[in-house]
Design a protein around this ligand. Structure first.
Ligand code: ATP
Ligand code: MN
Ligand code: MN
Length: 303
């Protein structure tokens, strides 16, 4: 990529913008939304989405036949990707593999061109993959849990974290539940984050077993909320804020202020059409300053 100027000519990009093929292909049949609409959406939210994904190993859910059809979860870099960077990382089996890393808008749009719909970053950076800087508490309501209970659960998680002097941030997943996200700065080893998140989930489930479960095999147990701590671990991912979801209605994972929780009607309340409008009229980013907050797990790990 050229930077600066050569031979007195103005600097030009070495590569052309990403071309979106088959723009009229229908991606969300229930809404009549096309691949062009998806690409336009990602262009519109780019400045908000990029800080959530750049420089992190990234998985992408690609849906060549549209959101309702077979989709696949891609973690690894593949030949032919030109605008997406890669980082070589050790995997659990002991081998190394190339992981996707988006560095800029063109990288993101190359994945959109390849029918990428959902974007799921690691909780650490490609440069420092063993150090977690985001913890995600994924609240997964079982069958029959009223929405008000999901909201109450998120508030309780926030309040318990606050007692540990940890500020947390709220996200409507674009699906059934909510995420409560805790930035760590400085970050720490995954093992510590994992045991923190697991311990937190167990404590919730033990103190209020009628409301919470912390064991994934009981996930489908009706009327309870699974506190899914498993988003936290080296190689685990959670959906990025502003990512579309490959689900009916073209919903979006939307970061919110805690003050907005009261009025929230459901986890998939925001969609492809609404979010760009909302961003235009929004005065403040509800997650502003998240990466400048200085907080860590030292208080927890030493106590
Ligand atoms: P909801 O609110 O509906 O629960 P969610 O984003 O929290 O929405 P979950 O099903 O709770 O969805 O979480 C699934 C998580 O697992 C995703 O965040 C994703 O990062 C990860 N994931 C999804 N598919 C795969 C896969 N094939 N392999 C590994 N991880 C996956
Ligand atoms: Mn979830
Ligand atoms: Mn989950």
């Amino acid at each position: 990529q050229s930077s600066g100027s050569k031979n007195g000519k103005p600097a030009t990009k070495a590569v052309s913008p990403v071309k979106i093929s088959s723009p009229t292909k229908v991606i969300y049949p229930d809404r009549g939304l096309t691949k062009r609409d998806v690409a336009d959406y990602y262009e519109a939210v780019m400045d908000h989405l990029l800080p959530e994904i750049v420089d992190r190993p990234l998985s992408v859910i690609r849906c060549p036949g549209g959101a309702g059809k077979a989709c696949f979860f891609q973690k690894h870099h593949t030949p032919g990707l030109e605008r997406v960077d890669l980082v070589r990382l050790k995997e659990e089996a002991g081998n190394n593999a190339n992981y996707l890393v988006v560095r800029d808008a063109e990288g993101l749009m190359e994945l959109v061109q390849l029918n990428g719909l959902e974007f799921h970053p690691w909780g650490s950076t490609a440069e420092n993959p063993d150090i977690a800087n985001r913890v995600v508490f994924d609240l997964d309501p079982g069958e029959g849990v009223p929405w008000a209970e999901v909201k109450r659960a998120a508030r309780d998680v926030r309040d318990l974290l606050k007692q540990m002097e940890l500020t947390s941030f709220l996200r409507a997943t674009g699906g059934k539940g909510l995420h409560v996200v805790v930035p760590l700065n400085p970050g720490c080893e995954w093992d510590l984050v994992k045991s923190f998140a697991h311990g937190f989930a167990d404590a919730l489930a033990q103190s209020q077993p009628q409301r919470f479960v912390s064991v994934s095999t009981l996930k489908l147990r009706p009327k309870k909320i699974f506190v899914d701590y498993l988003r936290n671990g080296r190689g685990a991912t959670a959906v990025a804020s502003y990512s579309l979801r490959a689900r009916d209605g073209a919903p979006v994972a939307m970061p919110l202020a805690w003050s907005e929780l009261g009025a929230l009607k459901r986890g998939d309340a925001f969609d492809l059409v609404e979010v760009p409008k909302r961003l235009r009229r929004r005065r403040k980013d509800p997650w502003a300053g998240i990466d400048n907050l200085r907080q860590d797990l030292s208080r927890w790990s030493s106590g």
